[in-house]
Write a protein that binds this ligand. Structure first.
Ligand SMILES: [Zn+2]
Length: 219
């Protein structure tokens, strides 16, 4: 397994300010093999909403009042070059590559489009109250702060999908969607994921909730 330092280095590299080619395509539609796979997975799940994925020079994200536009930081493509062990280690740290970030942002987007879900008792029990103040800094700082508290060796982080998921209920949900969407919401795959990563039961419950949310979307 790659070290924390290796993950942070690749995170920094893939979150730097875009330059050259990356800067020239800001505002244009994203085209990337990982995005094509995500779009296929959405269609497979019967999620027919039309999303616009556009290159950004100022972080990745979704705005609550325009949730079908997914902004994708141009520099993320650098993570394509990270070795497999770094991708594996990042799985429980933060979305590292373009596919992971797009799945994460879709989690925000889908919840913004169905806000009542966040008020249900099941959601609140597993993810908390999304209405609490949002004070999440940049992903590198948020991850480093939790690594300094022992990172994944700290038992409190067995209760979250990733270190970044610990920042806010919205991020906890988006991180659960990142994983659940990668497996098309397949319960058996999500059980295997939670066993492989030796997480607390509540993480599996979060993933199963996210998987059911995705499967229910298309009716
Ligand atoms: Zn997020």
């Amino acid at each position: 397994m790659a070290s924390n330092r290796a993950v942070v280095n690749w995170l920094r590299k893939s979150r730097a300010a875009p330059r050259g080619q990356e800067l020239a395509r800001v505002g244009q539609p994203v085209d990337h093999p990982e995005l094509r796979k995500v779009v296929e997975d959405l269609a497979w799940l019967g999620i027919k909403n039309r999303f616009k994925f556009v290159w950004s020079d100022d972080g990745s994200g979704v705005e609550e009042d325009a949730p079908t536009v997914i902004h994708v930081l141009g520099t993320l493509v650098k993570a394509d070059e990270a070795p497999p062990e770094v991708h594996a280690a990042a799985e429980r740290v933060v979305a590292l590559d373009l596919g992971g970030v797009v799945r994460h942002e879709l989690g925000h987007s889908l919840l913004f489009q169905r806000p009542l879900v966040a008020r249900s008792p099941g959601f609140r029990r597993l993810f908390g109250d999304v209405g609490v103040a949002y004070r999440v800094g940049n992903p590198v700082d948020e991850v480093l702060r939790r690594m300094a508290r022992g990172g994944l060796r700290n038992p409190r982080y067995r209760r979250v999908v990733s270190l970044y998921a610990a920042t806010h209920p919205h991020e906890k949900f988006a991180e659960a969607i990142r994983v659940a969407l990668a497996y098309r919401g397949d319960d058996r795959e999500l059980v295997a994921w939670s066993h492989h990563h030796d997480t607390d039961q509540v993480v599996l419950d979060q993933l199963l909730f996210a998987g059911a949310f995705l499967r229910a979307w298309g009716g």
